[in-house]
Design a protein around this ligand. Structure first.
Ligand code: PMP
Length: 356
């Protein structure tokens, strides 16, 4: 579909719910903006997108996605800039990742350009829902799922692409206690770890719950074969500063989600002249560095928190406390830099900010 000629049908709500929103008390993901976007895939092609009032979906009990999980999603945010306009951070990267997820899950691809156009249109229509308070944002959830009314196992012939948005409050990044997980796995080579698909999240719930019972906020996932290599932390990419070098597991294996926050942190670090290593990271080297007091910083990187400092790493029966969060030069600086960039406080030298 040529994005210049998208034929949007827009049905505006007769009664906005915006005045009922308690902006001082916004629970994450429970308040929904007035409109949603739907675009069906049928007869071998994408149909025209429709923007309509936010409402329930009606589904056949045999709808393929419910049974076999052909379902992918994205998560990104729109921000209120200092001049009152609205920005979205690197949405074309989400579009690219969405197309990769489509491919892996045997679903029809959307071009990254079309993805961005659809996201931007919905955000424009619900522009008033982008919060004005500092640190707040509009969370954007694009997703695609299989729609055939058929319980045979095969790629669906019909799909529904949707987007809705939620105003969300400032994410308080509570410093995390994480546990290096050696029994359960998030993703195996040859599997679907690189795709942002529903089942990856379902599979992580039980081990995460066990970790929480032991007092850990999140798990650090390791490779499925040997539990020897560090992969990700919860639903964030993981990064370390050791001996002044920024170290993060490389994306060569198909078990790690290609995070946009991590990519941005890596690129900024390189621009600041910092040494960056994207490579296999062993559990052993991290534990040794912890014991020798060489881990200066450890953090998760993801859209929700941007940077979530890790304060303690648990491994088997040991717990390693990391340096106080206030002393962490790089992660505090990069966090501030990305926050400022999104709201237009500093020059966008890399052209990362998409203006709606
Ligand atoms: N890993 C996983 C498994 C995730 O779900 C996310 C969140 N999308 C990330 C990493 C971080 O990606 P991003 O920076 O694009 O939000």
């Amino acid at each position: 579909m040529n994005t210049k000629t998208i034929n949007f049908q827009v049905e505006k709500t007769a009664e906005s719910k915006i005045n009922a929103v308690d902006w001082d008390n916004l629970p994450f993901g429970k308040v929904f903006s007035d409109h949603m976007l739907e675009m069906d895939y049928a007869d071998g092609k994408w149909q025209d997108p429709v923007i309509r009032p936010f409402q329930d979906l009606k589904m056949h009990p045999a709808t393929s996605v419910i049974h076999y999980g052909q379902s992918i999603f994205e998560g990104l945010k729109a921000y209120r800039k200092e001049d009152g306009s609205v920005s979205i951070f690197r949405p074309e990267m989400n579009g690219k990742r969405f197309a990769e997820s489509c491919k892996r899950m045997c679903m029809p691809e959307l071009s990254p350009e079309l993805f961005v156009e659809l996201v931007a249109k919905l955000v424009e229509i619900d522009e008033a829902w982008v919060p004005k308070k500092e640190g707040y944002s509009l969370y954007i959830r694009p997703f695609l799922f299989a729609m055939d009314d058929y319980i045979g196992i095969k790629p669906s012939d019909t799909y529904k692409f949707m987007i809705f948005t939620c105003p969300v409050g400032a994410y308080y990044a509570q410093p995390l206690n994480v546990k290096i997980e050696e029994n359960y796995t998030r993703a195996a080579e040859g599997g679907v770890g690189r795709a942002k698909t529903a089942g990856n999240y379902a599979a992580s719930l039980y081990p995460a719950m066990l970790g929480q019972k032991e007092g850990f906020h999140q798990l650090v996932w390791t490779d499925a074969k040997e539990h020897k290599y560090i992969e990700e932390s919860g639903t964030m990419n993981i990064m370390f500063v050791i001996d002044d070098v920024l170290i993060t597991p490389s994306e060569e294996s198909d078990t790690i989600l290609r995070g946009i926050t991590k990519r941005s942190v890596v690129e900024v670090a390189q621009q600041w002249g910092m040494k960056v290593e994207e490579r296999k990271v062993t559990v052993e080297e991290i534990i040794t560095a912890c014991k020798e007091g060489r881990v200066q910083e450890a953090f998760g990187a993801g859209t929700a928190a941007t940077i979530a400092p890790i304060k303690m790493i648990g491994f088997r029966d040991e717990k390693f406390e990391l340096p106080a969060v206030e002393t962490r030069e790089f992660s505090n600086k990069v966090h501030q830099y990305l926050d400022d960039l999104k709201i237009g406080k500093i020059a966008d030298e890399n052209n990362w900010v998409f203006n709606v």
